[in-house]
Design a protein around this ligand. Structure first.
Ligand code: HEC
Length: 256
């Protein structure tokens, strides 16, 4: 097995996250954190499926893994590992799960082009997939808020209605984004749950959106927000949105 290039890529990737450390040490530490924190009731050993989903070989990218680990998955038993775990342990476990997915940071452009799902894609759909989580756009990329085929962070619900064309995508209405007010400050919010005690929502003021839980008595939920999806996708040209729609169609067709 050709380990060296992957190792070099991971070192480059980790250099930004951690003080200079031997990669093997980081991954070993990540494996130990994984064994202590993620396995047992939830994920299986080495990323195998447990009562929670499989984590290895799924084409997850670094942004996705980081997002899920730090924010959790609302509505599931996957918690947010924000406090209760040191930053170094979190970085190590993210690197370990990344290594189970053959990563290579997307910011290095290597992305997940070798995963089986991609192999079946035609040129146009494969280009759309790459554009969807295009790291050069930072948080302006679609995968900041959407997950399709295991790529991206599921802030928004899975895409149910694929827009017919690029202009329909640009004109997309966002009926579930409401204007909420917390402590006198108003913000666009995608509400996930609304209980007697508390409201859980994504604050779309910033990218990536921030998951917040606010006591029901401290939040006022108003009308439709002036937030526009069009601004979230402003970094994409029409010629780039079109292949993304082709990819949406292709991945849907593959499932049916
Ligand atoms: C900053 C976050 C963000 C980014 C970036 C983003 N979206 Fe969205 N998108 C949303 C939210 C939030 C909704 C849901 C709005 C609602 O339900 O009212 C949505 C809805 C959609 C829908 C409608 C889905 C349906 O079933 O109705 C499509 C299609 C979509 N987005 C495509 C894209 C594409 C393609 C990109 C990249 C070019 C993108 N989005 C980038 C936040 C984002």
């Amino acid at each position: 097995m050709n380990r060296l290039p992957k190792t070099l890529l991971l070192i480059t990737l980790l250099a930004g996250l951690l003080p200079a450390q031997d990669l093997a040490t980081v991954l070993k530490k990540g494996q130990a954190v994984y064994a202590a924190t993620c396995t047992g009731y939830c994920h299986g050993e080495s990323g195998a499926a447990g009562s929670a989903p499989r984590l290895s070989g799924r084409g997850f990218d670094q942004a996705y893994i980081t997002g899920v680990v730090t924010r959790g998955v609302p509505g599931t038993s996957m918690p947010a590992f924000n406090s209760g775990i040191s930053a170094a342990d979190r970085a190590a476990v993210i690197a370990y799960v990344a290594s189970l997915n053959g990563i290579v940071s997307p910011s290095l452009g290597a992305a997940v082009s070798s995963t089986p799902a991609t192999a079946k894609l035609t040129g146009e759909a494969a280009r759309g997939r790459a554009l969807f989580y295009d790291a050069t756009r930072s948080f302006g990329r679609c995968s900041t808020c959407h997950e399709v085929d295991g790529v991206g962070i599921p802030v928004a619900a899975p895409i149910a209605k694929i827009p017919a064309d690029v202009s329909a995508l640009r004109a997309l209405a966002t009926p579930n984004v409401l204007n909420v007010t917390v402590a006198g400050e108003s913000m666009p919010a995608l509400i996930l749950s609304r209980k007697a005690q508390s409201v859980v929502f994504y604050d779309l003021t910033v990218a990536p959106p921030v998951l917040r839980t606010v006591a029901a008595s401290d939040i006022r939920i108003g009308e439709a927000s002036p937030w526009r999806h069009a601004s979230a996708i402003a970094s994409y040209k029409d010629s780039e949105l079109s292949p993304i729609l082709v990819w949406f169609q292709a991945s849907r067709a593959a499932k049916n």
